[in-house]
Design a protein around this ligand. Structure first.
Ligand code: CO
Length: 490
């Protein structure tokens, strides 16, 4: 959508209204979001949405034109609506090919011949799972038509109103068909089927803005994914032609794997609140706000969103093409049968930068008051903190409540989650989400940066256990909520 708003003939559109179902089915019982993106392509800033809301409160009447002629939505073209013969059109409806607009925005970001060469290798097999969302036609246009992938590499490519009964969330739990095909267990470890699995797998969510990247029997965490793309920026044509990245960013709960790469590259790395608009203002810093230019820009979030400054939204297909570009660059000279794999690339990344072990623990449908009590306990801890203290055997060395001031717009965001630091390596963050009638979800994000080469392939749960124990102790979560384990660990 961002590409369509920006690419209109005669300049960018004033804005775009998007009816989107990220992973909720449509239809009368469905839950379809309405989003408004402004002319720069990204989500509307708060000032605009607040003004729209104020206007909506003053709506006194609706008028409907009953005799409006039908427009054939299946055919590309323009229809002019003329009130009376000889008059100029009152308005025009243009049916466009959104896949065509998207291709013209995304393909120039990459080295198409290199991608075609990778996809034509007899020792390279990939699968792309559209999960019956809108990604299917884009996957056909980009992967098959433009890059020459075999049509059989597309899974669930026909968009369906009910997503074929599935839940199009690109993660280990919901993309079960792809996860099994890639030789993985739902826990993200190699299964018995790993040996015969394809070399590369990816999935999109219902509206194709998020992505999951998998290797043969290998799960790439979203936090690692953006860090690996940053480290391999030279493989991505849009970054290479601009002389490299000028800025990177991650949401606060996303692991600090990206920070290590940014520091090695000497580019600014921003830690922003959850929500794509915070990335958008950094991308527009120069073009819209006349400040320091951070583009080309790369950003990502632990919830499977990855993007760059070619548009102002997360872009799942872009992330997949960036990964294929990294594979293509690494395999430009490898002999048939000697493919450098996804797991080779990620484990080499860990050897260079250290591995950021990472888990998210979700406690779902917690009584809202009890969830608030956990956050209040942590706020009390921050207020009383006066120096390192022992917690379940590890040392809490710093803590705060995350707040953010946008360096470009000056917008501020308070109460964005609690952060606990355990020396340089360990960090645990807490956020509440979905506070509503069915209760709140407490998300606990646990990470540990490990540089010891002999520990790079250790079990994540083992590495993170001391920090989990310390965070549960300090937050009082088990006592305050009555929960002895999370609903789901991802
Ligand atoms: Co989405």
């Amino acid at each position: 959508m961002s590409a369509i708003i920006r690419e209109r003939e005669g300049g960018a559109a004033v804005g775009g209204i998007i009816l989107t179902a990220s992973h909720n089915p449509g239809g009368p019982a469905g839950d379809v979001g309405v989003k408004y993106n402004t002319g720069h392509g990204g989500p509307a800033p708060e000032g605009v949405t607040d003004a729209i809301y104020e206007c909506s409160r003053k709506i006194a009447a609706f008028r409907e034109c009953e005799a409006l002629p039908e427009v054939d939505l299946s055919a590309v073209g323009r229809t002019d609506f003329v009130a009376a013969a000889g008059e100029a059109p009152a308005f025009t409806v243009e049916v466009i090919s959104s896949t065509e607009d998207y291709c013209s925005a995304v393909l120039p970001c990459f080295d198409v011949p290199a991608l075609r060469a990778l996809l034509s290798r007899p020792d390279f097999r990939m699968v792309y799972d559209s999960m019956h969302g809108v990604a299917g036609p884009y996957a056909t246009a980009v992967l098959v038509d433009a890059l020459g992938a075999d049509p059989s590499s597309l899974l669930n490519g026909t968009p369906k109103e009910d997503f074929g009964g599935g839940h199009p969330d690109p993660n280990l739990a919901y993309a079960e068909e792809l996860v099994a095909a890639m030789g993985l267990t739902p826990e993200g470890t190699a299964s018995d089927g790993a040996a015969g699995a394809p070399d590369f797998g990816a999935a999109a969510d219902g509206d194709a803005d998020r992505n999951m990247v998998l290797g043969r029997g290998f799960f790439v965490t979203p936090s690692d994914s953006v860090a690996v793309i940053a480290a391999n920026w030279e493989a991505v044509r849009q970054f290479r032609e601009a002389g490299g990245l000028k800025g990177v960013a991650r949401s606060m709960p996303t692991s600090r794997a990206l920070d290590s790469v940014a520091s090695a590259l000497g580019v600014p790395c921003f830690e922003v609140p959850t929500g794509w608009k915070w990335f958008g203002s950094l991308m527009d810093s120069a073009a819209v706000h006349g400040k320091t230019d951070y583009t080309p820009f790369l950003c990502g979030e632990e919830s499977f969103g990855t993007g760059s400054s070619h548009v102002r939204e997360k872009d799942g297909m872009w992330a997949v093409l960036a990964w294929l570009s990294v594979l293509a660059a690494r395999n430009a000279d490898t002999a048939p049968g000697a493919l450098v794999s996804v797991s080779d690339i990620v484990t080499e990344h860990w050897r260079t930068y250290g591995r950021c072990f990472y888990q998210r623990h979700d406690y779902e449908e917690v009584d809202a008051a009890k969830a608030e009590a956990v956050m209040d306990r942590l706020r009390g801890l921050v207020a009383a903190f006066d120096g390192p203290r022992d917690a379940a055997g590890v040392s809490l060395t710093a803590c705060d409540e995350f707040e953010y001031t946008d360096p470009v717009t000056g917008d501020t965001a308070a109460r964005q989650g609690m952060r606990l630091y355990f020396g340089e390596a360990g960090r645990v963050a807490f956020r509440l989400s979905g506070t509503g009638s069915v209760g709140a979800t407490i998300r606990m994000y646990v990470e540990c940066i490990e540089s010891d080469a002999s520990r790079l392939t250790a079990d994540a749960a083992d590495v993170l256990a001391p920090f989990v124990a310390a965070a549960l102790d300090l937050s009082g979560l088990p006592d305050l909520t009555g929960r002895d384990k999370p609903t789901v660990i991802t």
